[in-house]
Design a protein around this ligand. Structure first.
Ligand SMILES: [Zn+2]
Length: 557
């Protein structure tokens, strides 16, 4: 195979121990052909080979996003974006322009509305003055609050209040009607349902399949949303991703896009096992694993939620939350969870469990241990998502059992976009040293994979790198930063290993897929606090450019 393209004069960080640094990479036919010094690699160029001078920029394996929600994020990108919008006049102008452009939408939904977008707390009356005759709503950047106008509240059946589980609130005014402020998912999901694309939420909500199966016309609309999400990720250098909700429909959309030449990242999609399901439903997980095992769309793993989140005190803790007698509860009884893990593992599938509280983390480790006891040691690479609090006794168990810590550098309060308030409210001061551990887990042998959980936080890998490198220790806690190379490893090779994709991607070496990202600068020279403002100069997946703002991969050779 002759190279089709050579990227040279680069600082190549391969993430391959056998050859960590190089100057040039040649690739063709979707595969890496050579990694080495400039002279050696450039000598491989034949007629028609395009040579790209990287100008000393850093070339890395394409980023592996280890935990995101592609369909949900893509869907949001097609909605009105209110980031940076401030004041009534601007808000009204944005909404009215969006309304004029989208006369057919049953709900005008906006994202990224700052809590302080108006100079007072937003009410439905404010939004009625924006648009009164159509349902409109807007979501806060942290995805925990929605504000809706009267038409939306009426259509969703919330105007006169509704019974809600603890922590989910339809805020009521003194006049006995809803103010328009809706706190947490259960409270605002009736409004979101008005969009008419609730079938796209099934992967996270129920794990079920759309019924009736979406028509070709509906699938075309859905694929536009996925395409928006993929383009957004490509611009951030992402070439592989692990979707953390899913069903067969998600895989089918992605397979159709692959056939249409529109799939610009390798995507792994789980079967989502819910607490009410019978073990026999795992047949669907096995069927998905068998049906989707190409280089682009794969399944082969099962996602579960062991608990909720700290903000609503639904994360399952070993001790009561500060000032309360509650500690949350696991979503699965322990014995049953062990049986489920053993059964998934017996089927040769991987397990990924959302576990945030230290109680949830312990019960999840116990489940993986039970699976190992019953089925023996195999290359399972089970993983735990988030791990916001862990009991010290459990720290070495991850490494010992080979459990990946799938962590999100943007998530620790104070590290990126999340305020410190949840640390103050839900974590006892004396437990701060056990919260959001990274280095401690790595030092005890846990493999690391990094992610954003987009659209919960910004998908930008460069901002995530900055968050990982600049995080300030919590009062009384140790320094949980890891070094630049470990951060980069967790965003590339570590993520690929955790997704069972390391024989395909995640390192730069001959024979692997030509998945590369060119960072717009020398990553070892960029100050940590400027990392997040550093751009992506080129993203290549399977040898094809998916983000090329400078036209480096364009034109004739
Ligand atoms: Zn998630």
């Amino acid at each position: 195979m002759k190279p089709e393209m050579i990227i040279t004069n680069a600082k190549v960080l391969t993430m391959d121990e056998a050859r960590p640094r190089a100057e040039a990479v040649a690739f063709g036919g979707g595969r890496i052909i050579a990694v080495g010094g400039r002279a050696d690699v450039e000598a491989l160029a034949g007629p028609g080979c395009r040579i790209v001078d990287a100008g000393g920029r850093t070339l890395l394996p394409g980023f592996v996003e280890s935990h995101l929600h592609l369909v949900l994020g893509g869907n949001e990108l097609t909605q009105l974006q209110l980031g940076g919008v401030s004041g009534f006049e601007e808000l009204a102008r944005f909404f009215r322009a969006y309304a004029a452009k989208n006369p057919e939408l049953p709900l005008l939904m906006a994202q990224g509305a700052a809590y302080e977008i108006l100079d007072h707390p937003v009410t439905r009356h404010d939004l009625d003055r924006v648009i009164a005759d159509r349902p409109i709503a807007m979501m806060s950047p942290d995805h925990h609050t929605v504000w809706a106008n009267s038409a939306a509240l009426e259509a969703a059946g919330l105007l006169h209040g509704a019974d809600m589980p603890a922590g989910h609130v339809v805020v009521m005014g003194e006049d006995g009607t809803a103010t328009g402020e809706l706190l947490e998912f259960e409270a605002f999901s009736p409004v979101l349902a008005l969009t008419g694309d609730l079938h796209l939420q099934l992967g996270i909500a129920t794990g079920g399949e759309p019924d009736p199966w979406p028509s070709a016309e509906q699938r075309a609309k859905d694929k536009e949303k996925v395409a928006a999400g993929l383009a957004h990720c490509a611009a951030h250098g992402i070439t592989s991703m692990v979707n953390m909700d899913g069903n067969r429909y998600t895989c089918v959309l992605l397979k159709e896009m692959e056939a249409e030449g529109r799939l610009t990242a390798r995507v792994k999609v789980p079967f989502h096992f819910k607490p009410h399901m019978d073990l026999s439903e795992l047949d669907r997980a096995s069927a998905m694993a068998d049906e989707f095992q190409g280089e682009w769309v794969t399944s082969g793993f099962v996602k579960m939620f062991q608990d909720g989140v700290v903000d609503s005190r639904t994360a399952y803790m070993l001790h009561d939350y500060p000032g309360t007698t509650e500690r949350g509860a696991p979503l699965f009884p322990p014995d049953r969870f062990n049986d489920i893990c053993a059964e998934i593992d017996r089927r040769g599938l991987q397990i990924a469990v959302h576990a945030i509280g230290d109680g949830a983390v312990r019960q999840t480790i116990d489940g993986y241990e039970a699976a190992r006891q019953r089925n023996g040691v195999r290359d399972s690479r089970h993983r735990i998502e988030h791990i916001e609090l862990i009991d010290r006794a459990d720290v070495p168990r991850l490494g010992a059992l080979g459990i990946t810590a799938s962590l999100q550098p943007p998530h620790p309060p104070g590290a990126m976009d999340f305020p410190m308030s949840s640390m103050e409210l839900v974590f006892h001061r004396h437990r701060w040293p056990d919260a959001f551990l990274t280095k401690t887990l790595a030092d005890h042998g846990a493999p690391l994979a990094f992610a954003s959980d987009w659209p919960v936080t910004d998908v930008s890998v460069m901002r995530g790198i900055q968050a990982a490198l600049t995080r300030v220790p919590y009062e009384g806690a140790g320094d949980e930063r890891v070094g630049l190379m470990e951060v980069l490893y967790a965003y590339t090779a570590g993520g690929a290993w955790a997704a069972h994709r390391d024989s395909l991607t995640g390192t730069l070496r001959a024979g692997l897929a030509a998945d590369l990202v060119l960072v717009d600068g020398d990553i070892e020279a960029i100050p940590a606090e400027q990392m997040g403002r550093t751009g992506i100069a080129l993203t290549i997946v399977g040898g094809r450019a998916t983000h090329d703002p400078f036209g480096m991969a364009q034109g004739s050779a």
